[in-house]
Design a protein around this ligand. Structure first.
Ligand code: IPD
Length: 276
């Protein structure tokens, strides 16, 4: 069944807007944190609340659509997650949970819609900075109403690169080696603490590339189309096509910069795929 994209987008947009209002309330009420697999990988009561709210709205209209979500109950079943050709909503109720816990204002609700294993739209809303990023396939990428374009910098020596150490430090030695390499070759290095908001920085042309080993499908799903529609590329760090379930990703303002960055990276692999 092919769903009407205008209708799906409207539903997604209004749902995320409602969810961001919840998120604003949460900050005043001292969220209660439930620690997940590690001390750094956190889950709050607000994740559950936002998840329920959005899931209910979607499944009421589209009971046959699949919904993939960062979910406490599913933590041990993460490896069972598969992306199929079916209409699929991918939700991160709160991306940038550590930031949320500290009041560092880079936290958002992130919702994507994929079909035939292709992104159709992405909605990323940071209520703390009043920034709403949207992209629809073929229609461009926007921050509020402003169209987004990636930067024109395609040389690593002139580029601002974003990385994340992530919550899983299993590969910390390799990740630190990567940071060391890039710090010596790039113009500068940054880290915001939210996978999808890092991708927004690349789409917006504020940063030139971003890579991460260890991010999940729900962290990156909405950012893929945003970067592509802003004129950038999203690939696997090995330069193969990006795989949403592979827990790794590289995005850049151009294929040339992606290549230069990829050549420097020690690729953290296989054992990370869908395990924590
Ligand atoms: C995390 C953040 C963080 C990234 C991790 C993610 P969460 O998402 O995006 O920046 O490094 O890989 O899991 O847990 O806040 O939704």
């Amino acid at each position: 069944s092919t769903a009407n994209m205008d209708d799906c987008f409207e539903l997604g947009f209004s749902s995320v807007r409602l969810a961001t209002a919840e998120l604003m309330k949460a900050l005043e009420l001292q969220p209660k944190f439930i620690s997940a697999s590690t001390r750094r990988d956190m889950y709050t009561e607000w994740h559950g609340r936002i998840e329920e709210m959005i899931k209910k709205r979607i499944s009421k209209v589209y009971p046959d659509h699949i919904i993939i979500v960062e979910n406490k109950a599913d933590y041990d079943k993460r490896s069972a997650l598969k992306l199929t050709a079916a209409p699929t909503w991918i939700l991160d109720p709160i991306d940038g949970t550590m930031n949320f816990a500290h009041g560092f204002p880079y936290t958002c609700v992130s919702l994507a819609f994929w079909q035939e294993k292709q992104p159709e739209f992405g909605i990323i809303w940071n209520p703390f900075l009043d920034q709403c990023y949207t992209a629809r396939r073929g229609y461009g990428a926007f921050m509020n109403v402003k169209p987004l374009n990636v930067s024109k910098r395609d040389q690593l020596s002139e580029a601002l690169i974003i990385h994340e150490l992530g919550t899983d430090l299993t590969f910390a030695d390799k990740k630190l080696k990567n940071i060391d390499q890039i710090a010596r070759k790039a113009h500068g290095l940054r880290s915001l603490g939210s996978t999808v908001l890092n991708m927004c920085m690349v789409a917006q042309g504020f940063a030139d590339a971003y890579y991460e080993f260890g991010c999940h499908a729900w962290d990156m799903a909405a950012g893929v189309l945003l970067v592509q529609e802003a004129g950038g590329v999203v690939v696997d760090p090995s330069l193969q096509p990006v795989d949403l379930m592979s827990r790794r990703m590289l995005c850049a303002s151009s294929p040339k910069l992606a290549q230069e960055l990829s050549a420097l990276l020690v690729k953290c692999k296989s054992t990370m795929v869908n395990v924590d």
